[in-house]
Design a protein around this ligand. Sequence first.
Ligand code: FES
Length: 104
Amino acid sequence: MKWTRITPADNIPAREGRSVELSEGSLAIFNLGERFVAIENRCPHNGGPLADGLVGGTTVHCPLHNWKICLESGEVSKPCSQHGEFRVKTFPVRVENGIVEVFA
Ligand code: FES
């Protein structure tokens, strides 16, 4: 694992996500306004591209079937009653000199 420079922070508007391909796989990086977060870019339901989902608070809604995934823990928050064991990996993110970096 190492820090990888991704993109200038200005390239990801607030409340939006962008996908990036790393050797670890596809990651989804989101700008939550005051900070950035990163998760696997693959919905645990059926592989939906989470970077294209709608962000509300600290969750993203999968664009395919609307599962809600917590951007902080990676846990599926809805429908939690049926799929409580599903989650995605999360990755540390920092901004160094205006550049978003991911630890992956
Ligand atoms: S693939 Fe994400 S909710 Fe179905």
